[in-house]
Write a protein that binds this ligand. Structure first.
Ligand code: E4P
Length: 217
């Protein structure tokens, strides 16, 4: 399973990249706004910086909701850097635009996916990635990971090439469960990635080894 980081914060991207396990980045308008990025030029410059930091797909979301608007914006985003993946919402015009991007060799990430039916449509349109939001599903007391399992199963059965990108990750256990469910990619906040490091027995064991190591010197 590939690891993407779900943020537009450059320090966090750098920290995850320094671990050597980062495969890509996803952003969304909320994450970009949080970093104070405003205006077309600043947005493009920020995406370019991220692409120069991380060697892998960088999802940049369109802000429009009409077919023409999404296509126009997506073409401009894709021109920023070869690693840009155009992130398109799961709406009727979004699906039409994903098909257009597929036909024109532009990679896409179909976002805001909450059902298997939506994931089938995204795959039929040729999306490079499909992003089911598992944390937001869990927030409503449904099981987000179950949706990942279902989509992985459908894609395997049907031979769809779209990669299942588990999004809206809230904790390290989500990452483990998505790996078990066969997700191709997990996009995570830095805190969830770092949470994978933690185990009290590791800390206790290391403390003991460090103490005993003193006796060897
Ligand atoms: C996915 O690409 C989205 O950017 C993100 O994972 C949404 O996460 P949230 O539900 O924590 O906002």
């Amino acid at each position: 399973m590939k690891f993407f980081i779900d943020t537009a914060n450059l320090a966090q991207i750098q920290e995850a990249n320094d671990l050597g396990i980062l495969d890509g980045v996803t952003t969304n308008p909320t994450l970009m706004a949080k970093e104070g990025i405003k205006g077309t030029e600043a947005i493009a410059a920020h995406y370019k910086t991220i692409c120069e930091m991380v060697d892998g797909p960088v999802s940049a979301e369109v802000l429009g909701t009409t077919f023409e608007g999404i296509v126009e914006e997506g073409k401009n985003l894709a021109a920023i850097h070869p690693n840009i993946v155009v992130k398109v919402p799961m709406i009727k015009d979004g699906i039409k635009a994903i098909k257009w991007f597929t036909d024109h060799g532009i990679k896409t990430n179909c976002t805001l996916v909450f059902s298997a039916g939506q994931a089938i449509l995204a795959a039929k349109a040729g999306a490079t990635f499909v992003s089911p939001f598992i944390g937001r599903i869990d927030d409503g007391s449904w099981d987000g990971v179950q949706l990942i399992e279902q989509i992985v199963n459908i894609y395997n059965t049907q031979g769809y090439m779209t990669e299942v990108l588990a999004a809206s990750i809230r904790n390290p256990l989500h990452i483990v469960r998505c790996a078990e469910a066969g997700a191709d990619v997990c996009t995570c906040p830095l805190s969830s990635i770092l949470g994978l490091l933690k185990h009290p027995l590791t800390d206790i064991g290391l403390q003991q080894f460090l103490t005993d190591a003193k006796a060897m010197q």
